[in-house]
Structure formats: structure tokens, C-alpha cells
Design a protein around this ligand. Structure first.
Ligand code: HEM
Length: 470
């Protein structure tokens, strides 16, 4: 079997670094004389790979270690670039508020996932971003969400019927399939199952394309496969666009075809294709990780599973409606705590496009950056006892999330704040409600999922649970 390119690169880099003397902390760049700014400190990590593997495979531990050494703003080499990492609510605020227009999404995300998600709304800046977001907003209004929820509930009921109770039920794998079936119905307006395999494969390869260590179009590599898959998705959506424009479907694809901004502006065919690809991706992994990790915490903390089940039963409905969410307050607490502990979008990318400063430190133009949402929500002093699953921290009377406007940021903040946050919340809660009514589930005492890191931390062992029908 051929050795994967990523592994080969890792072996070579490890062999090289073993022969090199250790290197110490170095400044990212010298601050301009008289600026009063301090340099950002950091260290490069391994030759070639830098700290890519540490950043990806042990993101939380790596961030904690570097924070202890260099403070909340540090640099390292990773993903083939010099990368500035930004931690903590104050610094997250500086970047996301972007008062100076010094930080670019297009350049920042573009470096990592540009070839795969070109022209997605998250990869646009300033006036252009505002114009596209305004049109897209129409697809996420309340009446739209109400109708998406109907489709979601149908796909969820159908999907959960196929979940076979037993030991070793791989919840993460099953959730991936379920959220894909939901997306196929609610986003694309196709029958669940019909296009799922083809789309599923293309999604996965497109997303993985941007997460590879070997960031070159080498045949057989993940980058290459990602590009091919992106083209497949484009063809798939282009092939259906005329039909969608002519119809009046209430799937997201149809809605984007007809969406209008306040002044009647609309998306071109290519805009619709690009936004569909991006939004599908933005929704899929995030909802899958959130739901499966929430269900995992409920297995680990059965008192919370019972508490949520009692609320769902008290609702007296097989499926939730948009207005039922207020009747499920404990579910909301556990949902938020899951997002805090396991932020599915772990780090968000930006690039400094002019010389600027963060936390009194000099950041030169051209610096690629990662804003650490996941590590910041799992570190003191910003959160107390951050590794403890404690949903009550979000309850009235405690509200630890209000300690700072940018303390709780699983959906980012300011102009790029997740446009699908209510959609994602509805989806996760709609699945959980039906699952609570149909099943109970447990994990063995002491079980901890093996975590990996893609867009954020995810369970790499499939998340085996014992599922029982009620
Ligand atoms: C629990 C689930 C989700 C989480 C944690 C999440 C997280 C995020 C985060 C952190 C951002 C900001 C990225 C940045 O500033 O660079 C974002 C943006 C975005 N998300 Fe989500 N997301 C979720 C679900 C969804 C869903 C379900 C959709 C679509 C239906 C969606 C669509 C988008 C879009 C379009 C953007 C870009 C917004 C813009 O740049 O204006 N997300 N999301």
C-alpha cells in the first residue's frame, strides 16, 4: 500500500529535525522604531512542517503550551506559512471588530481553503461581503426557518428509524449520514438517499482538500482530490439551476435562486453555485460535530440526558416546531456548553493586509492568522474550570458567557457571524428531541473519544455508544 503523502512528509521532517540543534523563541518581526509596540514572540517548530501537526492534532494542548510561553498572541510555522495565533476575548474582539479594516477574510481563509470554497460569502470582504450577505440573509429569515424545519423533521424521522439499537453504535458516523440526508432534502430539495452518496463523497473530499499538510496539487494527494471534487459539485449544481429558477421550491437552493436584497439585487447563477457549495460545507461538519458531541456529553452525564428527556416528553410532540424551543431550556444549556467545550469551527482565519497591532504587539502586513475560538473557550482565565461539562454556567444567575462580549464565540462575531446559527441550532435540537423520545444511550465508564481536528475538534473513533430503544 502506498504511504500517504502526509505521513511521508512527517517522517522526513522528523528525521531532519532530529539532526538539528533546538531553536528558541524569536520575534515575528521588529516593531517600527518609536511605535511603542512589542514584538509577537513564537518559535518555528519543525523544518518544513513547522507545528502543523501540533496545531491540528493537539490544538488545545498546543495552544495552552504556547500561551504559557508567549502569551495570548504568538506565532509559529504551520500549513506552509508563518501563522499568528490569537487567543482570548479582548484579542478576538480586536480582530473580529476589525475597526481598522486591517484583517481580511478573503486573504486569510483564501490561503487555506480558497481553491475549494472560492467566492463563498465567508471568503469575501467589506462592501462585497455586505452586498452578498444582504441577499443571503433572506434565505435565513424566520418564515424560511419554519419551513426548513418541516423538511428537517421528515428527514430526521426517516433517518432515526434506520438506527439499529445495540452496542458499538457509531454515533458520529450515523450522524454524518443523517445530516447529509437532511441537507439533501432541505438544502438541495432532492429525495433523501438519491444523491447522497455522490454529494457526500464530493463534500468530504472538498473539505479535506483544505486540511491537508501537503498543500500542493499532487496526483493522489488530498489537495488534488479536493479540487476534482469541487468541480463535481459545481457541475452538479449548475446542472440543476435552470429548473430551480423556474420552480418555486422551498429548499435552500431554490430560495437562493430567488433571494433578493433590499433593493431587489439578486445572485447570478455562478453566485448561487458558489454559495451553495460553501453553505453546504459550512452546515454539514458543524452540525454533525455539535450533535454527536452533545449526545456524547449526555451519555457521559446521564442526569442531563434524563433532564432533557423529561422536557422533551413534557412537550407532548413527536417533533419540535420553531416556537417550541423556549419549552426546552435545558436542551439550550447543554447545546451551548457543547459548543463551548468543542467549538466545531475551532480556529478562524484572517490575514493582516496592512501593518497593525494586536494586544500592543506589532503585526506586519501579509501575516496569516488563526483566531483560536476553541482554545479560548477552554482556557483560564477566560472560563473557570473550562474542562468541566457544566451547562448551568449558561443559566440565568450565572451567565458566564456574558463575562465579555467575545467570551462565547462558537459562531464567531460581528459582520461574519455565522448566518446559519439558528438553522444549526434548530437542526441539532430537532434531532436530539426525536432521539430522546425514541432511545436511551450510554458510554462505558471512563470512555473518552479519540479526538482529531478538521475544521475543529471531532471524534475520530466514530463515537461508539450503546443505543437502546425505549
Ligand atoms: C453549530 C453549527 C455551526 C457553527 C458552530 C458555525 C460556526 C461558524 C463560524 C465560527 C463562522 C464565522 C467564520 C469567520 O468569521 O471567519 C461561521 C460563518 C458562517 N456560517 Fe456557520 N456554523 C454553524 C452552522 C452553520 C449552518 C447550519 C450554516 C448554513 C445553513 C452556516 C453557514 C455559515 C455561513 C454562510 C457563514 C459565513 C458568514 C459570513 O461570512 O458572513 N453555519 N459559522
Amino acid at each position: 500500500m502506498p504511504v500517504p503523502l502526509d505521513l511521508r512528509a512527517r517522517e522526513i521532517a522528523t528525521a531532519v529535525v532530529d539532526r538539528l540543534p533546538a531553536r528558541g523563541p524569536v520575534p515575528l518581526a521588529d516593531p517600527p522604531p518609536g511605535s511603542g509596540l512589542a514584538p509577537v514572540m513564537g518559535e518555528p517548530g519543525l523544518p518544513v512542517l513547522g507545528n502543523t501537526l501540533g496545531f491540528m492534532q493537539r490544538n488545545l494542548e498546543f495552544s495552552r503550551e504556547q500561551h504559557a510561553r508567549f502569551g495570548p498572541v504568538f506565532w509559529t510555522n504551520a500549513f506552509g506559512t508563518r501563522l499568528l495565533v490569537v487567543l482570548g476575548p479582548d484579542n478576538i474582539e480586536t480582530v473580529l471588530q476589525n475597526r481598522d479594516k486591517a484583517f481580511s477574510n478573503e486573504e486569510g481563509w483564501g490561503y487555506f481553503i480558497g481553491p475549494f470554497f472560492d467566492r463563498g460569502v465567508m471568503l469575501m470582504d467589506f462592501d462585497e461581503h455586505r452586498a452578498h450577505r444582504r441577499i443571503m440573509q433572506g434565505a435565513f429569515k424566520r418564515d424560511r426557518l419554519v419551513s426548513y424545519l418541516e423538511g428537517m423533521n421528515r428527514a430526521i424521522a426517516h433517518g432515526l428509524r434506520s438506527w439499529e439499537p445495540g452496542d458499538g453504535f457509531e454515533l458520529f458516523e450515523a450522524t454524518k449520514t443523517l445530516t447529509l440526508d437532511i441537507a439533501t432534502e432541505v438544502f438541495v430539495g432532492a429525495e433523501p438517499g438519491r444523491d447522497a452518496d455522490r454529494l457526500n463523497e464530493a463534500f468530504i473530499h472538498t473539505v479535506h482538500g483544505g486540511q491537508t499538510v501537503v498543500r500542493r496539487d499532487v496526483p493522489g494527494g488530498r489537495w488534488h482530490k479536493g479540487l476534482t471534487s469541487r468541480r463535481e459539485l459545481q457541475e452538479y449544481f449548475r446542472g440543476q439551476i435552470a429548473e430551480k429558477r423556474a420552480g418555486d421550491g422551498d429548499d435552500l437552493f431554490s430560495v437562493l435562486c430567488h433571494a433578493e436584497g433590499d433593493d431587489g439585487e439578486t445572485f447570478s447563477d455562478e453566485d448561487v453555485v458558489n454559495h451553495m457549495i460553501f453553505v453546504l460545507m459550512a452546515a454539514h461538519d458543524t452540525s454533525t460535530i455539535t450533535f454527536s458531541m452533545l449526545a456524547y456529553y449526555l451519555a457521559k452525564h446521564p442526569e442531563w440526558q434524563e433532564r432533557l428527556r423529561a422536557e422533551s416528553e413534557a412537550l407532548g410532540k413527536d417533533v419540535i416546531g420553531y416556537d417550541d424551543l423556549d419549552a426546552l431550556p435545558s436542551m439550550d444549556l447543554a447545546f451551548k456548553e457543547t459548543l463551548r467545550m468543542n467549538s466545531p469551527v475551532g480556529n478562524i482565519a484572517r490575514q493582516a493586509t496592512k501593518d497593525t497591532e494586536i494586544d500592543g504587539r506589532f503585526v506586519p502586513a501579509g501575516t496569516n492568522m488563526m483566531v483560536g475560538l476553541y482554545p479560548s473557550m477552554r482556557m483560564e482565565p477566560w472560563w473557570s474550570d473550562p474542562d468541566r461539562f457544566d451547562p448551568e454556567r449558561f443559566s440565568e444567575g450565572r451567565r458566564e458567557d456574558t463575562s465579555h462580549k467575545f467570551a462565547f464565540t462558537p459562531f464567531g462575531g460581528n459582520v461574519h457571524k455565522c448566518i446559519g446559527m439558528h438553522f444549526g441550532g434548530l437542526e441539532v435540537k430537532a434531532i436530539l428531541h426525536q432521539m430522546l423520545l425514541r432511545s436511551t444511550w450510554t458510554v462505558p465508564a471512563g470512555y473518552e473519544p479519540v479526538m482529531d481536528y478538521g475544521t475543529g475538534p471531532f471524534p475520530a473513533d466514530g463515537l461508539p455508544i450503546t443505543l437502546r430503544a425505549r
